[in-house]
Design a protein around this ligand. Structure first.
Ligand code: ZN
Length: 95
């Protein structure tokens, strides 16, 4: 059963990007392009296929940047604990 616009509570002054095949609204053009490429792969146009590929590439790039940030955060936390451990053990060392 399809979800109606009323249930999605789209603000009156917004005109969301809609899927040309099933009319489903999306927050961004990229999300619509991904939906069209995945859910309507058999009957999408060359343009829609191209924007699907672009959207997939952009998603992969965003995910890569996110992974870099996660790794940087983990390295930062690790360094913090190493320095904290060093500071505490040096402060307690005799002499
Ligand atoms: Zn659709």
């Amino acid at each position: 059963m399809a979800v109606t616009d009323r249930e999605l509570r789209i603000p009156d002054d917004e005109t969301p990007a809609r899927c040309p095949h099933c009319g489903r609204p999306f927050r961004s053009e990229r999300q619509r392009a991904l939906h069209v490429g995945e859910d309507h792969a058999d009957d999408c146009t060359a343009d829609q296929r191209a924007s699907y590929e672009d959207a997939r590439e952009a998603e992969a790039e965003d995910l890569f940047v996110y992974h870099l940030k996660v790794v940087a955060a983990l390295v930062g936390i690790y360094a913090f604990f190493v320095f904290a451990y060093m500071a505490v053990s040096l402060a307690q060392a005799p002499g």
